[in-house]
Write a protein that binds this ligand. Structure first.
Ligand code: DON
Length: 310
């Protein structure tokens, strides 16, 4: 098996993966619980790899914006952890849930403390805490993504945010239930508005691979300043590996062997610490809400390059 030594060899690998994906029949189904996402073509595909220095390689629709959705949970976690440090962990756990991303069932047994920051309940807690600290969690997130990606054109997709708000009963239930345990500071409608705006951000594979770079650079932002301690960057990568693809995290670790985070828009971001970051997008999802072609492409990337954390 070839082991990658130089970033210049990423491009042929990406092209080979795209050809293989193109020949794969059946690619899952786009999320249908958010009407604005249901219309996506499941055969769309794009993939980008960003080096530590910000050089990006891509294939397919790697410059086309898509709905970032739960990929944003990685960035809000980083922004909040940078501010409040370990106090966050009194309000959200760090264990895989083994349940669907929007499940309510564990919350009552576990006294309103979500299992981890990447299921919806945990992400709501993180956004709530970031909102308390900044006064505008989604604005803070958008500004961070614009800076790290070098793309000032990144924006909220108002149609997606409105669509989700109109179908947001489950997230509202999670928010109110946690508020009943005193684990939410802001009024729940304010929190939901922030969360839906956060999820609606539209960005491309290139943008998101670049924005994830601080996790491969052990906490260092694109401009060389530090966002997280080396230890905090390790912690987020570890939570991505164990919780980033919900109740499929074990299978993702087995197949891909990298910290990764999926979203129902069909995106997955992944990190090779000390080496590069990836973002792949294809909107057809499996029954657990992960992109079918996205997982397959990352599986092939780590196999073809020999790059993984194991
Ligand atoms: O909370 C929701 O339902 C969505 N806006 C985000 C969910 C999501 O992307 C979960 N990922 N697989």
């Amino acid at each position: 098996m070839a082991i990658m030594t130089s970033s210049t060899t990423f491009q042929p690998v990406l092209e080979r993966i795209a050809e293989e994906i193109e020949r794969t029949p059946g690619r899952g189904r786009p999320a249908d619980y958010i009407p604005a996402l249901a219309a996506c073509d499941p055969r769309s595909f794009g993939m980008a790899v960003a080096d530590l220095d910000g050089t990006v390689h891509g294939v397919g629709e790697w410059r086309r914006p898509f709905s970032a959705q739960s990929l944003t949970k990685v960035f809000t976690l980083a922004l909040d952890l940078a501010r409040e440090g370990d106090a966050l962990w009194e309000h959200v756990g760090r264990e895989p849930s083994g349940n669907r991303f929007n499940s309510l069932v564990q919350l009552e047994y576990e006294n309103g403390i979500p299992r981890n920051p990447f299921i919806n309940a945990g992400a709501l807690v993180v956004t709530d805490r970031l909102h308390t600290r900044t006064g505008d969690a989604s604005g803070e997130l958008l500004s961070f993504l614009r800076t790290e990606s070098g793309n000032p054109g990144l924006t909220f997709d108002q149609e997606v945010a409105a669509s989700e708000s109109g179908h947001g009963d489950r997230n509202a239930a999670l928010g109110h239930f946690m508020a009943s345990y005193g684990n939410i500071d802001n009024p729940v409608p304010t929190l939901l508005e922030q969360y839906f705006r956060q999820c609606s951000i539209a960005a491309s594979c290139a943008d998101l691979a670049l924005a994830t770079g601080f996790l491969a650079r052990h906490g260092i932002r694109a401009d060389g300043t530090r966002l997280l301690t080396r230890s905090q960057a390790k912690q987020i990568n570890a939570i991505m590996l164990t919780c980033g693809t919900y109740d499929a995290a074990g299978d993702f670790a087995y197949r891909v062997g990298l910290p990764g985070k999926s979203g129902v828009g069909g995106g997955i971001i992944a990190v090779v610490p000390g080496r590069c970051t990836l973002c792949v997008w294809s909107p057809g999802l499996d029954e657990r809400g992960n992109s079918v072609a996205g997982v397959a492409a990352l599986d092939r990337f780590t196999t073809l390059t020999g790059l993984s954390v194991f």
